[in-house]
Design a binder for this molecule. Sequence first.
Ligand code: ADP
Ligand code: MG
Length: 376
Amino acid sequence: MFTVAAVRLGYRVHVLTDSADSPAAQVAHSSTVASYGDVDAVSSFASRVDALTLEFENVSSSALERAHQHTVVRPGVKALATTQNRGREKAFLARHGFSQVPFEQPSGAGALEAAILALGLPCVVKSAGFGYDGKGQVVVTAPGDLPAAEALAAAGPVVVEQLVELAAELSVVAARSCRGEVVTYAPFLNMHHQQVLDLSLAPIDYSPAGLAGTSWEGSAALLTPVLLREAVEVAQAVVTELELVGVACVEFFVTSAGQLLVNEIAPRPHNSGHLTIEAAITSQFEQQVRAVAGLPLGSPELRAPAAMANLLGDLWQAHQPDWAAALGLPGAALHLYGKEAARPGRKMGHITVSAGTAARAQAAAVTARQALTSGR
Ligand code: ADP
Ligand code: MG
């Protein structure tokens, strides 16, 4: 989606990817197939481009430092090093006084159990690096879950978080230019299913009726204009403190006590911001292109309320989804990423719908997604 936005602005995009048929390689002008940890390959790639950016944060920092000797690297080595490790990210948040979930960073044998005891049950153990879509996480609700948590901790560094009772999840996508100018989208309201993003909608209409029919409808009273403004201000401060050039997303928890906590930071366009492709004046991907190219940022204003429904590989399990049925619904915009294997839980595409209210857009997006499998 970054490549599509860059090509539209007249750029030639060269991708470094670990598989020849990756989604970006399908639309880029050229591609280099190499591992993201291959310092020499990343460095030689960097010597052949005017600017380098990422849509995946788990590229080795040493490779990026070498790349930085040849070309501009955006979002920047500091922002990436901080956000690609949950431990460093939490330390950064704590240092700058951003509220987050109570956590521990156990190190060494026996430390995991002590950390879990200190936080109390339920808690969640997360691998410090390389996690996504709930992968590399073990929820500990009872002593029986300890062996799985120990196994995760034996595989590499972990953090342990208190499992908080969620009243809602929000995210704020922010873009920052090389001149330090920041623009933010209004917060997106997110719904997860089995720790994977399922639906996002915007703008958040905090009137009780505005969230009717969404899974957070009981939380409308907590999503006050003051809380939403605070989320935007935190996101602005986070990208500024990280000296990030590009796009980042700050994911938030709203607890049942009405606290706003930072969950995590993604140093790139985010799944919850995909609805900006149709619904905003400037999409999150175009903002990244503009930031990387040193251009002015665009307007983050929404043209209309919108909702996005993710399409996971599960939809492919019985039959090929019925694309015509979904596209027969007026206003449904379908995105398929060109991933080869439709594995259960794998994000294969999404559907965005705009409507008069975000809740109506959500209902329409869900209907369009259901149409993919309902006739078969
Ligand atoms: P990922 O990198 O997979 O997005 P997250 O840390 O964002 O990892 O976790 C995925 C989802 O799991 C969150 O969006 C939230 O729904 C749930 N979750 C994660 N950590 C907690 C927590 N400490 N308390 C409650 N829910 C959590
Ligand atoms: Mg997340």
